[in-house]
Design a binder for this molecule. Structure first.
Ligand code: CA
Length: 472
């Protein structure tokens, strides 16, 4: 995966991961998550994930994850408290010391900027007067306790209002979508869906100046090396005149514009599609759409192929065959009794696919193809990518999922996940590290427990499963 992992991202290999982390978005997702916060993990059910994704496209994550304890992110000033990550660079003292050194830290980056062709004049112009925004330290280390269920993310991201607005945008920019689709082969509905989910079609991309955010994070806190590159790339963008400096705003982590590209993502994938000589992914709709399409194509998008679709599995299906590590051909899935959700047969031929059951045996199942993986390169969360694919289908005129989500199931809190892990460990299961994140080892332990209890071994962790463990 073309990701820039900075640090502690852990692999979540569970097939059914639902994770997300949003590292915020000061804006995205319909504004619901405005100032929302960060670094969170949301793993409903089976999966578990990592503490953050520093993906190719930046600090992204799925969606809001917390329902409460994010008050640290609520105010405007830095809390003055040490970060919850416990990282030595995140203690209150370390933050204050780094903040005091901020002007020198920036000055030390000038030679690196010069090597990128940024003139001394531009360097001074764009960095003089910069001050650190220490609020970002709170945002970086926010750790909400509660997580959302997979279906709650979907509900939040795929709304009637967004479907309607997406259709309006597809009609209004029909000629641009036509041209981009012809050039890149990427489904316009998927582009519209990403545009809609990332920033509600450009209206909610965050209002923090990208230079200030990336400069702060390059000099203060636990991700400085990563953000030095983002900051220098941001300087390149403004000094070349691609983006209007006054419009160069974004999330706390520096993801900007309607596409929420990080500065380094911009460098790799942004294109000048309207031919004015500037790669302006903030103010030019053709550049915005083409840059998204260019990134998806670079990430393996196959023209004309589906991202995935809902399927049904037969009674008694072996859920150990679910998950990203089990790619099979459609003929093989057919042999196992998998059908389209409407009961029809699977098409023949094509790409291999994996089966995703994000809410366990009681919820809908999906076959996912290469294009689903390309969407996940935008944001490495299955919940995000499913929302994008489904929103695209709905804009195209498709209906809701056939099988309902098991909404009666309550998703476990972090403390409950820890308790679940302790119960499993005390029964002799290898659950990996008892960290409240239900990774592959925990999931496997859950499956073994389920099988022993005569339940479908789908690895989906729910309150009822925890009750069962408590009672046994
Ligand atoms: Ca342009």
């Amino acid at each position: 995966m073309d990701t820039h992992l900075i640090g502690a991202r852990r692999a979540c290999s569970a097939s059914i991961r639902v994770c997300s982390v949003r590292i915020s978005r000061t804006g995205g997702v319909a504004g619901l998550f405005r100032n929302f916060s960060i670094g969170v993990i949301a793993c409903a059910g089976l999966s578990a994930c990592a503490d953050s994704q520093f993906s190719d496209n930046g600090f992204k994550s799925l969606a809001p994850v917390s329902t409460g304890s994010t008050t640290a992110a609520g105010g405007k000033e830095w809390s003055g408290r040490s970060g919850a990550s416990g990282h030595p660079a995140m203690t209150a003292d370390a933050v204050r010391t780094a903040a005091a050194d901020f002007p020198s830290c920036i000055a030390r980056l000038e030679p690196a900027a010069a090597r990128r062709g940024i003139s001394q004049q531009d360097f001074v112009r764009f960095t003089s007067g910069l001050t650190p925004d220490l609020r970002l330290m709170d945002l970086m280390d926010a750790q909400p306790e509660f997580t959302k269920a997979f279906w709650d993310y979907l509900d939040t991201l795929v709304t009637e209002a967004r479907i309607r607005r997406g259709r309006e945008m597809l009609a209004r920019y029909d000629r641009d979508f036509d041209a981009v689709e012809r050039s890149y082969g990427v489904d316009r509905h998927v582009l519209a869906a990403i545009w809609g989910v990332e920033t509600n079609f450009g209206s909610q991309g965050g209002d923090r100046p990208v230079l200030r955010s990336t400069a702060t994070l390059a000099c203060v806190g636990r991700r400085q090396a990563y953000f030095r590159e983002e900051f220098l790339s941001a300087l390149e963008i403004v000094s070349r005149g691609d983006v209007n400096p006054d419009h160069f705003k974004g999330s706390w982590a520096g993801a900007f514009g309607p596409t929420q590209f990080m500065p380094t993502t911009f460098k790799r994938h942004a294109v000048d599609f309207d031919g004015d000589g500037r790669r302006d992914i903030v103010d030019s709709i053709p550049d915005v759409l083409a840059s998204m399409a260019n990134k998806l194509r670079a990430d393996g998008w196959i023209a004309g192929a589906p991202w995935g679709y809902e399927v049904s599995v037969p009674r008694g299906f072996d859920y150990l065959k679910a998950g990203r590590s089990h790619q099979m051909t459609l003929a093989q899935w057919s042999q196992l009794g998998v059908r389209r959700a409407d009961g029809g047969p699977l098409p023949s031929g094509g790409d291999t696919a994996y089966l995703m059951v994000p809410a366990g045996a009681k919820g809908p199942a999906f076959l996912m193809f290469q294009n689903f993986r390309a969407i996940m390169r935008y944001n490495p969360s299955e919940a995000y990518a499913l929302a994008i694919g489904h929103l695209a289908d709905r804009m195209r005129g498709g209906g809701p999922f056939v099988r309902p989500w098991p909404r009666q199931e309550r998703v476990l809190s972090r403390n409950e996940r820890l308790e679940l892990q302790r119960h499993l460990a005390s029964r002799g299961h290898d659950i990996g590290e008892a960290d409240g994140r239900l990774g592959p080892a925990s999931r496997h332990a859950i499956m073994k427990f389920q099988a022993a209890q005569g339940l479908p071994p789908d690895g989906f962790a729910t309150a009822s499963l925890l009750d069962r463990l408590r009672a046994n």
